[in-house]
Design a protein around this ligand. Structure first.
Ligand code: 5GP
Ligand code: ZN
Length: 113
């Protein structure tokens, strides 16, 4: 999609530090990390948010596979990690292309609200 930051990252117009990639999913380091490990996991296809995925699309199972691979690659699969997706204004979603934050590498504060 035109004028979408993460579509531009998928297309290579904007550089990113890739951690993991499949045909449909890309994972890259967040530019402003909030934890020692902070990775963004996105579908390459443009969906605005989690509610925009069509019922017949199984992208969430591919995202789940990517979450496990990224956790392994970043060394947090055993120690634990958190996955967050912000949806809409009140949640603070600032990029309107579905993305999952994976945080780890330290004891994470909870509740995080
Ligand atoms: P949101 O606030 O929408 O849940 O998360 C958007 C995330 O994208 C933020 O954590 C922000 O740091 C990250 N981000 C914004 N612009 C860029 C960029 O150009 N490159 C990368 N790697 N991350 C970005
Ligand atoms: Zn997009």
């Amino acid at each position: 999609m035109e004028d979408c930051l993460f579509c531009k990252i998928v297309g290579g117009e904007i550089p990113s530090q890739k951690v993991y990639e499949t045909q449909r999913v890309l994972a890259f380091k967040d530019i402003n990390p909030q934890a020692p490990v902070h990775i963004l996991i996105i579908p390459k296809e443009h969906y605005k948010d989690i509610l925009s995925i069509p019922r017949e699309d199984d992208i969430l199972s591919e995202i789940k596979e990517a979450i496990e691979k990224v956790a392994e690659i970043c060394g947090v699969k055993e120690s634990g990690f958190r996955v967050v997706t912000n949806c809409g204004e009140n949640a603070g979603q600032s990029v309107a292309h579905l993305h999952f934050h994976l945080f780890g590498g330290k004891v994470l504060a909870w509740p995080a609200l």
